[in-house]
Design a binder for this molecule. Structure first.
Ligand SMILES: O=C(O)C(=O)COP(=O)(O)O
Length: 452
């Protein structure tokens, strides 16, 4: 995608001067000028040509950030699947999703114009990250903006389980007064075992200690414990000593089916399990059995191996589980707060905008990470080449041969697996089209953009 006509847009980045007037005077006297050069706003295309498709109720903050850029934005409140998804993804430049929409290799093959994917959540398991990278599509997410919301929910759930609040609530709604204290406990002094000590696990650890719980955790990485939390060497050890086990791991090959019959048997009699991570981590039939037999005293489950794509009265996948006692079920709402969604909307829309407008891929999860300082507005004929290519020997020689008639102002190259990315600011380019054509003809080219 490249347009040869020059953009007539003026700089949107204002020359904000934060100096005090004394400092300004000083600078004026010394240099005879007090204006710093503006950053040039790069446009490979009319911004109104950029099509953004946002699914699953992505927050309004993202919609308005994109609209402010002048992009076309289309929104859906549900996840799209099958032919509908394929039809919609065909001509968009960016797709924004949350945890439900599955962007498989097959779906991505239809996305001929796609530059980037925004996961407006933490998890990126719903996207075939490698297939996206191979197509030159960068994937961004929000690594921690909803972690506090999830951690708070877990604290609430621990108390719900300890006091059987789910059951009492159902009974009251049915008109049943059932005042009992048997097998209802305080959480003070109880052991919380956290599986996965990332952003969420670590937040939870701090909150749980403030409630008087003793915290242990298990993680495959060596992570510094917060507060008094203690790391354990193995999952088995953690399961054996915890009154509450809370899962906070991503979905990977290693975590799929991680909690099954064997693991549940290792848990203490009367312990509780909480899963606010990914549905595939817990084997539902094994959990159902453990609850039915009374081995576990209760569970909170927010995520399921199979979840509906849209809201509505159709959650009927696990009838046996639904009949269990002291089982609190929620529809994947761990990160669903106004605060988290607002923050995620801002964060991911900003990453995507920087990638579209400047080529910056910092914090992409599947992609080489590159960035360069802005081109100055007065560097009139300087263009920015964004060259996503196969990571094979000899490519940099080839590309620099193409650049050799010009001055390369600055250049940054990075690779990740099979994919590499060159960002180069090239001076004195009067024929953008020829430069672009020469680059896309290189044998390693995956996707090239020239911004000017
Ligand atoms: O952040 C995540 O990965 C979550 O699981 C939250 O997903 P959601 O944005 O609510 O679909």
């Amino acid at each position: 995608m490249v347009h040869t006509e020059k953009s007539t847009e003026t700089a949107a980045v204002s020359n904000t001067n934060v100096m005090s007037s004394d400092a300004e005077d000083l600078k004026r006297t010394r240099s005879g000028s007090f204006s710093t050069p503006k950053a040039k706003v790069l446009r490979p295309f009319n911004t109104s040509e950029v099509k953004i498709l946002l699914l699953e109720n992505v927050n309004e903050t993202a919609v308005s950030a994109f609209t402010k850029q002048g992009y076309q934005v289309e929104t859906y409140s549900k996840a799209l699947v099958g032919d509908e998804l394929i039809e919609k993804i065909q001509d968009v430049h960016v797709i924004g999703i949350r945890s439900k929409t599955k962007l498989t290799k097959q779906v991505l093959e239809h996305a001929k114009n796609l530059l980037a994917i925004g996961c407006f959540c933490i998890g990126t398991n719903q996207v075939d990250l490698q297939a996206a990278a191979k197509q030159g599509v960068a994937v961004f997410n929000s690594p921690f903006s909803n972690s506090r919301s999830v951690a708070e929910l877990v604290i609430g759930e621990i108390i719900m389980l300890a006091r059987q609040l789910g059951d009492r609530n159902i009974e009251m709604h049915q008109g049943v007064w059932n005042k009992v204290s048997k097998a209802c406990y305080e959480i003070r002094g109880k052991v919380l075992g956290i599986v996965g000590y990332g952003h969420i696990g670590a937040q939870l650890s701090v909150l749980a200690e403030a409630m008087g719980m003793t915290v242990y955790f298990y993680d495959v990485l060596q992570i510094m414990p917060l507060g008094q939390a203690k790391p354990l060497e193995s999952l088995d050890e953690l399961l054996a000593i915890s009154d509450f086990v809370s899962l906070h791991v991503p979905e990977t090959e290693d975590t799929q089916n991680m909690i099954g019959e064997h693991e549940l048997r290792l848990m203490k009699d009367g312990a509780y399990l909480l899963n606010n991570a990914r549905g595939t981590v817990v084997q539902i039939p094994a959990l159902t059995k453990a609850l039915q037999s009374g081995r576990l005293a209760g569970a909170c489950i927010d995520v399921f191996p199979k979840e509906p794509a849209a809201n509505g009265p159709h959650f009927d996948y696990y009838p046996e589980l639904l009949a269990c006692k002291n089982l609190v079920l929620t529809p994947h709402i761990g990160g669903s707060t106004e605060e988290a969604q607002r923050m995620i909307g801002l964060e991911v829309s900003q990453s995507l905008t920087k990638y579209i407008n400047d080529g910056t891929s910092l914090n992409a999860v599947n992609f080489p990470e590159v960035d360069l300082r802005a081109i100055r507005e007065d560097d009139k004929n300087t263009v920015r080449v964004l060259y996503i290519h196969q990571n094979i020997p000899g490519v940099l020689r080839e590309i620099n041969e193409i650049f050799s008639d010009h001055n390369v102002e600055k250049q940054y190259s990075d690779s990740k697996g099979d994919i590499a990315y060159v960002m180069a600011d090239i001076a004195d380019v009067t024929d953008v089209k020829s430069l672009y054509t020469a680059i896309v003809q290189t044998r390693a080219n995956i996707q090239t953009r020239v911004l000017y």
